[in-house]
Write a protein that binds this ligand. Sequence first.
Ligand code: IPE
Ligand code: MG
Length: 232
Amino acid sequence: MDGNGRWAKKRFLTKSAGHRAGAQTLRRLANAAEKLGIKILTVYAFSTENWARPQDEVNTLMNLIHEYIQQYIDDTKKNNMRICVIGDISKLTHELQTKIRNLEDMTRQKHGLRVNIALNYGGRDDIIRACKKISANVSNDRLSVNDIDETMFAAYLDTGGMPDPDLLIRTSGEMRISNFLLWQTAYTEFYFCDKLWPDFNINDLNEAIAQYQGRNRRYGARNDIEKRDTNG
Ligand code: IPE
Ligand code: MG
């Protein structure tokens, strides 16, 4: 969800106002995604690298995350969304961790859109934490080295049990992955959009999906037409 800072700057507003606008965009987009029948929406809210921002901006972001987690707790009474957090939340305050666990527990049985909020998330960190859990199980003899394959490894990641993302949208004109779901995006379709995140709207989401629908996903294999060609 990139571009909150630039959005605010363009309007002579504080960074905090930009992040607040970004958080509102997420609420709107999650509702739109649910109506479209999307099953899982994963948003990158705070990366393992975002701690390197100025302390007052980190504080602003943490306060906003607090506020919105509370907002989502109130919203669950009215909607059918399941909210989960991915990332290493042990680095967050105990109060925030408790709120997150509450929200996850309260929405565990919901069958609507699943929203994964990535907090203190890093793709490399996700992989390292999975390796540590697997290694611990190997040294306890609960697992054998030969059991390790792609399917079981994926199950140890924060996204364990979920399919890999079909589509990744990056806003604000940046064209990089910035340590997001590194393992999980091996065959994800990417969509880059110049709009700043607070300006990203439902039409933009529809446009991204329409483009995605026109893509030809081969997963490294050949599609049927090419197969016929090569077979003569
Ligand atoms: C993304 O907006 C929000 C977070 C990383 C939490 P930015 O703050 O990165 O916005 P720009 O890149 O400065 O415009
Ligand atoms: Mg940015």
